[in-house]
Design a protein around this ligand. Structure first.
Ligand code: AP5
Ligand code: MG
Length: 195
């Protein structure tokens, strides 16, 4: 299995680049944000609970997210690999993912971190909020809260992976194609090393 994590703050382009990466490398896209929005759209109990956190720009509790990831992983037993987008977002989630990888006798090959300035991030999210219908994109206060949560709870996840020597920073500003090419270069290098 070839498993990757796409890491970065809200609006850094994780979803945009994930679509292109899964198509190129034949991976399964595991976006916890998309899975949660799907639960909300279907008005499941999990979705209704998650919505109360998402609308405030807060994280959904770890146990809810981890349970969802485990179930999604088991649903795609024959996957060539996974691209994790928006997960793990806390150190507890990273530890749970380590355990899952060990249980499935696989590992994370690389953590790719998209670097974008906060000014550019706010611009992108407010712009998307005009058309996406995402409740967490329309209010700048909620967007700022998502950044604060990212700084407090998610940046320690980077330290978790830096220790393992798998963490790579990639410039997340420029055209979508330029960023995609930079990501592919790193991934191709990792693939050769992993053979
Ligand atoms: P989630 O859905 O993961 O959202 P996010 O991390 O806040 O990030 P976004 O999806 O907004 O941004 P992105 O990095 O994917 O960028 P995108 O490609 O869309 O999470 C939402 C919420 O769910 C969380 O706040 C939390 O409540 C909950 N949640 C999710 N996962 C969780 C977890 N693991 N634990 C707990 N809670 C969890 O791009 C953004 C915009 O920029 C788009 O309009 C795009 O077109 C544009 N854009 C992309 N690339 C470029 C470029 N190069 N130049 C110009 N514009 C660009
Ligand atoms: Mg996204």
């Amino acid at each position: 299995m070839f498993n990757l994590i796409l890491f970065g703050p809200p609006g850094s382009g994780k979803g945009t680049q994930s679509d292109k990466l899964v198509a190129k490398y034949g991976l399964i896209h595991l976006s916890t944000g998309n899975l949660l929005r799907d639960e909300i759209a279907r008005k499941t109990p999990l979705g209704l609970e998650a919505k109360t956190f998402i609308d405030k720009g807060r994280l959904v509790p770890d146990e809810v997210v981890i349970g969802m990831v485990d179930a999604y992983f088991d649903k795609h037993k024959n996957a060539r690999g996974f691209l994790f987008d928006g997960f793990p977002r806390t150190v507890a989630q990273a530890i749970a993912l380590d355990k899952l990888m060990e249980l499935k006798k696989t590992s994370i090959v690389s953590v790719l971190s998209l670097m974008v300035s906060e000014e550019e991030l706010v611009k992108r999210l407010l712009n998307r909020g005009k058309t996406s219908g995402r409740s967490d994109d329309t209010d700048e206060k909620v967007i700022r809260k998502r950044f604060a949560v990212y700084n407090d709870e998610t940046t320690p996840v980077a330290e978790h992976y830096k220790k393992g020597g798998k963490f790579e920073e990639i410039r997340g500003e420029g055209t979508v194609e330029e960023i995609f090419d930079a990501l592919c270069k790193v991934i191709d290098g990792r693939m050769i090393k992993n053979r």
